[in-house]
Design a protein around this ligand. Structure first.
Ligand code: TRP
Length: 356
């Protein structure tokens, strides 16, 4: 990333954080006013980074009374890989994770975008509203291209942020709980909405990102926790697997445990993980472990994670035993999303004056 891009990204991020804090106050006053959309690519099991980054935020908003849409972004899987392997398995996994954590299908619409034709049709007019130069400047896309395992960069890689704009705008979501890597896509979504409205008349609101207040969790190797880096602790892992993964986490040679994310990223991320699970201050957690060293730290983290997730993991197993129910949840969500998308597409056709 160039210095100019890094500086721009940092100021976008600071602005998004301020805006998120302001939105939190508005949500507290009137949660029913907000339609929320957020989603994940079904590329593997969801992990603790997703959980503290966005999942918890979505479900909190559901419980506060906002109208929530949860997207399983299956077409977006093909941005950085050639084949859609195990798509059905990962889609079911995402559904199970959400149900286990408290997604209520009577209140929240869960859907996969390949099942909602009218959503995808919005991509065509939206593509006409952005330039190739804008698409190739997107820092998240650039980063993904740099880490892609593909020999060639596909057209979908450059254009998926426009598809993501359709994911958000089809239901006119006002709030999008995301991690900070998604801010460029939110910016693009706002641009698409604004330009569409200017050109054809007002149809779309400009959505806001809602950033989680939890700091970024690192993976067990000290890099950002990621499905593709094999450094993640899956939500659905067993207690034993969780213990094994945490035992293998990178720490450092200093015995005394402190919370200092700058100087001691590995140790501090473990402390943070325990603190998030225990709903405590990370400095207090570190002070309590003190001279116990990495072994005591890892025991604390393992117990905290396993304790925090035990009820959800038990519920997940119950839902997993009833695949017909899980499929029915998705079918109902897809029907509802399709109705909403059809309505929006009708407005788009009317605004554009297409022949009918
Ligand atoms: N790009 C997001 C991710 O990789 C997933 C996603 C697709 C999404 N469409 C979305 C997130 C719409 C928020 C809103 O995590």
């Amino acid at each position: 990333m160039s210095i100019a891009t890094a500086t721009a990204t940092a100021s976008t991020h600071a602005a998004a954080e301020r805006r998120s804090a302001e939105l939190e106050r508005e949500i507290a006053e009137n949660p029913g006013r907000f339609r929320v959309l957020s989603g994940d690519r079904p590329t593997g099991p969801l992990h603790l980074g997703h959980y503290f980054g966005t999942l918890r935020n979505r479900l909190r908003l559901q419980d506060l009374g906002a109208e929530v849409f949860v997207l399983i972004a299956d077409y977006q899987v093909l941005t950085d890989r050639d084949t859609a392997e195990r798509l059905d398995e990962y889609t079911e996994g995402l559904l199970l994770d959400h149900l286990a954590l408290g997604l209520d299908p009577d209140r929240t619409t869960v859907f996969n975008h390949s099942a909602v034709p009218a959503l995808n049709q919005l991509v065509l007019p939206f593509l006409s509203l952005v330039s190739v130069a804008e698409l190739s400047r997107n820092p998240t896309v650039k980063d993904e291209i740099a880490h892609s395992r593909q020999a060639a960069v596909s057209g979908l890689m450059y254009t998926y942020p426009v598809h993501q704009a359709a994911d958000i705008l089809f239901c006119k979501a006002a709030l999008v709980p995301v991690g900070q890597d998604q801010l460029p896509h939110l910016e693009l979504t706002r641009t698409v909405a604004r330009r569409f409205n200017e050109r054809y008349g007002k149809v779309f609101p400009e959505p806001d990102a809602l950033l989680s207040t939890a700091p970024l969790l690192l993976g067990t190797d000290g890099a950002k926790m990621s499905k593709s880096r094999a450094n993640a602790i899956p939500l659905a892992a067993t207690a034993d697997e969780t213990a094994r993964l945490i035992r293998g986490a990178t720490t450092d040679a200093e015995r005394h445990i402190t919370y200092d994310p700058q100087a001691r990223p590995g140790v501090s991320s473990l402390v943070l993980l325990a603190a998030l699970c225990l709903d405590r201050d990370p400095h207090d957690v570190a002070a309590e472990i003190g001279d116990g060293g990495a072994a005591a730290l890892k025991r604390t983290v393992t117990d905290a994670v396993n304790g925090h997730l035990a009820p959800a993991r038990a519920r997940r197993a119950e839902y997993a035993a009833d695949p017909a129910y899980v499929r029915a949840v998705l079918r109902a969500g897809n029907e509802r999303a399709a109705q909403v998308a059809e309505r929006t597409l009708e407005e788009v056709r009317a605004a554009m004056g297409t022949f009918r």
